[in-house]
Design a binder for this molecule. Structure first.
Ligand SMILES: [Zn+2]
Length: 56
């Protein structure tokens, strides 16, 4: 799984005017899934299901 930082750098993601992460393909705001056992959050696109990890 890519990090959100790498996704932004690769053009898979972009930030909208509210600084929210969006999927570049679908132009949908990524949803957040928190797994208490992991040190990162998972961000997922509700449209295509692309997932990115976000370090906390
Ligand atoms: Zn998507």
């Amino acid at each position: 799984m890519k990090s959100t930082r790498k996704g932004l750098r690769d053009g898979d993601l972009f930030k909208d005017t509210y600084e929210r992460l969006n999927c570049a393909d679908c132009e949908k705001v990524l949803k957040k899934k928190n797994d208490p056992d992991e040190v990162f959050s998972v961000r997922v696109c509700p449209e295509c299901g692309a997932t990115f990890k976000e370090l906390r």
